[in-house]
Design a protein around this ligand. Structure first.
Ligand code: COA
Length: 410
């Protein structure tokens, strides 16, 4: 079966997390992704957080599957020539170096338009145009400056970062959407375009509801927040749902660090819920009867439910509440996740064979297309496909490739 992005060639000059996640998705969707790496070292993450000496780290292998690796020193004249030849035969260039890094090597949007006008030139930077545009950024910096950190955590604790990598992987997904849109537009215009995503902007987009609440706060306290006092900015609200229906993480038996279930109270399931937790005594009690009445004392309301959940495991509660259509979800720790049979069945937790590390687990592709099946492959070794790419794509001879190898160009 064909793949959605078959025939799309990507020059992948990404590193660390934000860029590689985007191009990995493109590879899963069928694009031919050629990852260009510094000879001798490669993407810095190959050697970061290593769990096995001298073997590509999981950081690298889990973010670079289904790609080919071409080592190329773009600071050498021959390396630059090869890069331009490759770009002329490609559809997309993706990079996430620090601001100005590619410009300093003469790889600019203007020159790309002259030499390879069909190429979509996609970049991730920390920030958009303005005061911060020259600053480098990592995940947590984007979380700090995009509205996530100040609104995450508990009122009496410090600003907190999330486990989900919304700055890096979140930006990657935004970039993917923009690249695909640019490729679609190219079908009409015949031209590539400049595509840019700032990590701060991506996080702000994901923290959109907090800007909603900021404006609501100007008109008075936020009733659905657990906080009692409000200043002039949206506070951290612990595990409040952030939506129109109240929710909270409730403790379960036997009380381990992740023995919790997140429960949301929709108005129409309140009565069945009271029956399920054997609190029919509260049926018809004014303080509990309507969503508005419950809003003013949500801690007590959830306390009533928690008295029951604490006597059951999170999985028992999940089953019991789902039976009456109460939206809820047990807090799954990483051990739960890698063992979860439904995640294995759906291909979201996958085992991959690697020539140096053996078998490792990776997270699969959350995008499901009925006509573009995803097969999760392994990540390439450093420079594994250098000769193959140069010979196949650029038509270089074996001796030319060898010469470049001895000169340290590849
Ligand atoms: N051949 C020769 N040189 C290469 C090369 C190659 N194949 N690939 C990269 N390089 C060089 C670049 O030209 C650049 O050199 P320069 O500093 O002399 O201009 C250098 O390697 C990379 O620079 P930079 O990207 O600034 O690396 P860094 O390690 O100092 O910074 C980041 C890392 C992530 C902070 C920075 O890349 C950044 O801010 N990126 C944008 C935001 C982003 O994506 N952040 C999240 C990453 S998960």
């Amino acid at each position: 079966m064909s793949k959605a992005l078959e025939g799309v060639r990507v020059v992948d000059m990404t590193h660390v997390q934000a860029g590689p996640v985007c191009t990995q998705m493109m590879a899963w969707l069928g694009a031919e992704v050629i990852k260009i790496e510094l000879p001798g070292r490669g993407d810095i993450t190959r050697s970061q957080l290593r769990d096995i000496p001298d073997v590509d780290s999981l950081y690298f292998t889990m973010l670079n599957s289904n790609k080919r690796s071409l080592t190329l020193d773009i600071k050498q004249p021959r390396g630059q020539e090869i890069l331009w030849e490759l770009l002329r035969r490609s559809d997309v260039l993706v990079e996430n170096f620090g601001p100005g890094a590619l410009d300093r090597q003469g790889i600019t949007w203007e020159r790309l338009q002259e030499r390879a006008p069909r190429v979509v030139y996609a970049s991730i930077k920390g920030f958009g145009p303005g005061d911060y545009e020259h600053a480098k950024a990592y995940e947590t910096i984007a979380q700090a400056m995009g509205g996530s950190m100040s609104t995450t955590g508990f009122e009496d604790g410090p600003p907190t970062s999330t486990g989900a990598q919304i700055g890096d992987s979140g930006s990657a997904i935004h970039l993917l959407a923009a690249i695909l849109a640019a490729l679609l537009q190219r079908q009409q215009t015949g031209c590539g375009q400049r595509v840019q995503v700032a990590m701060q902007h991506s996080v702000l987009n994901l923290a959109r509801v907090k800007i909603r609440d900021h404006q609501r706060l100007e008109r008075g306290p936020l009733a659905e927040y657990p906080n009692r006092e409000f200043g002039d900015a949206v506070p951290r609200s612990g595990n409040a749902s952030g939506g129109g229906q109240p929710g909270w993480a409730l403790r379960c038996h036997p009380g381990g660090p992740n023995d919790f279930i997140y429960v949301i109270i929709q108005p129409h399931v309140w009565e069945p819920l009271l029956r399920q937790i054997e609190r029919t005594d509260l049926l018809g009690v004014a303080a509990y009867q309507t969503p508005e009445a419950r809003l003013s004392h949500l801690d007590e309301v959830f306390g009533v439910i928690e008295e029951w959940t604490m006597r059951h495991t999170k999985w028992q509660v999940f089953e019991s509440f789902n039976a009456i259509d109460v939206p809820c979800g047990p807090v799954l720790d990483t051990k739960d996740l890698v063992a979860d049979s439904s995640l294995r069945q759906s291909g979201m937790i996958v085992e991959v064979e690697h020539p140096e590390r053996g078998r490792y687990l990776t997270v699969g592709c959350p995008l499901r297309l009925s006509d573009s099946p995803v097969e999760i492959g392994r990540s390439p070794l450093l420079g594994e496909h250098s000769a193959q790419v140069l010979e196949e794509v650029l038509g270089l001879s074996g001796s030319e490739v060898e010469l470049m190898r001895t000169q340290g160009v590849i």
